[in-house]
Design a protein around this ligand. Sequence first.
Ligand code: SF4
Ligand code: SF4
Length: 449
Amino acid sequence: MGQRFNRNALQRRLLRWGHEFGELLYPIARKTLPYRPKMWWVPRLPIRAHRRRTPHTRPWTAPVPSPAPALRTGPGIELLPERQQEAFDEAPLHDFIRLHPEMRGVHSPTGHMWISLLSTSPRVQGAARRRARSNRSPGATAPVAALTPAELTRAMKREAARLGLSGVGVTAYDIKWNYAEYHGMAVGETVVVGIIEQNFDSTQMSPSLRAEKAALSAYAGLEDRMRLLAGWIRAQGYAARPEGFVGESMVIPYAVAAGLGQLGLNGQLLTPHAGSRCRIHVMSTDAPLVHDEPVDHGLEGVCNECQICVRRCPAGAIPARRKESRGVVKAKLNTKRCLPVMGKTAGCSVCMKVCPVQRFGLPAVLEEFERSGTILGKDTDDLEGFDWPLDGRHYGPGDRPRLPLEVFETPGFDFDPDRREPVGWVEPDGRPGNRPDDTDGDHAEALGY
Ligand code: SF4
Ligand code: SF4
C-alpha cells in the first residue's frame, strides 16, 4: 500500500511544540504581518531548493478507466436551474473576504497559518504582482492566428502542458459563479480552467505547516503558469484575463463543467489523478476555444461508498448526504465548525489527506472496487490515520480528537455562515476601515495573503 507517512513519537512532540510556539508568537505576528505583502522583493531560492513543497509540474496523461455501473451518478454538479437563478437574483455570491472580513488572512482570530504564510509570502506575493501587472493589458498582442477553434484549443492545451499545468479544461463563463465584486471584469464568454497538482509527500503529512506550505507554493506556481498561458492566448490574437490566488469566482463548478473532475463530499474538486490534492485557477477569454463537457468519472459514486472524510473530519463539519442549497445539490460543509479548526491547525486538510482518491488515484480505487466491492485503504491506519498538532497525538481509524469548546468559540471570532451581504471592512485591530483599492482584481496583496 505504499510508503507510510505517519510520524514517530518524537516527530509528534515536535508537531505539538511547533503549534505551541506559533500560539506564543501569534500576538507579535498580528502586529508585524501587515508588512508581509511587501515581501515580494525578498530574494527567493529556486523552488527546487524547497523540494518538500514543490508542486508536480507534469501534465496528467495516464488514462482513466470507466467506472463500474454501480458507481455511476451522472456528469456535472446536479443543479436546480430555476432555484439557482432565484438565489442569484436575490443575493449574488460575494467575495468571501468581503462577506467575512473577520477572516482576513492571518489576522483572523483563529489564525494559525501565519508561519507558513510568512515563509511562502515572497513567492506568492511575487506571482500575484506579476499577474496583476500583466492583467493591466488583457487584450490581444498580435493579429488573430489562422487556426480553427479545434486547432486553437489543441495548441492551447499543448502550451498548458508545456508550461507544467497538470490539467486544463475549457467551459462557458457563468456570472452566477462570479462574485458580485468582479461582475463585468471577464473579458469573454469562455473560461479556461488550469490545475496544478500539489506535492504528494507533504500532503500526506496534513495537518502541518509543511502541507500548508505545499498548498501555498502550488498556488504561486499555478498563478505564474496561468499568467504565461494568458500571454500565449493574447499572442494568438485574443484577450485573456486570469484570476488570482484569492479568486474572483467559485472555481470548482467551472472545473467540473470542464470535465476535470467531480465535486467530492469533502466539498473539494476530486480529480481522477490526484483527488483534491490540487489547486485551481481560472481565466476568462474571448478566444473561440472548443468547450469541454462534464464527465462522470464515478467519483460521486466512490464518495457514496467511501464517506471516510465524513467520519474523519475532527470538527464533524462534513455532512454524509448532499442536499440543495441555492439551487446546487452538494454536501454543504459546516463552515462555522471547519474554519476555526483550519485556522488552528495550519489549514487542517484531514479531509484531503484521508481521501483514497487523493492517495491512490482513481484507477486504483476503481480496480479495488471492481475486485472486492470495497474502498481501497478504508479502515487502515495508513490512509485514515493522522497526527494532530493540538495535542501531538496520532489518531487512527475509529478515533478522532475531542476538540475543546474554545476552539470554536475563540474570542473575536464571530463568523456568520448565513451572511449574504458584505459588511464594512475591518482593520487588523478590529476597527472599521477602508479596504485598499483592488480595481485590478489583485486583492491578494491587500488581504495579507
Ligand atoms: S474521502 Fe471518500 S467520501 Fe470523502 S471526498 Fe474522498 S472519496 Fe469522497
Ligand atoms: S479542513 Fe478539517 S475541519 Fe475542515 S472539513 Fe476538512 S477535515 Fe473537517
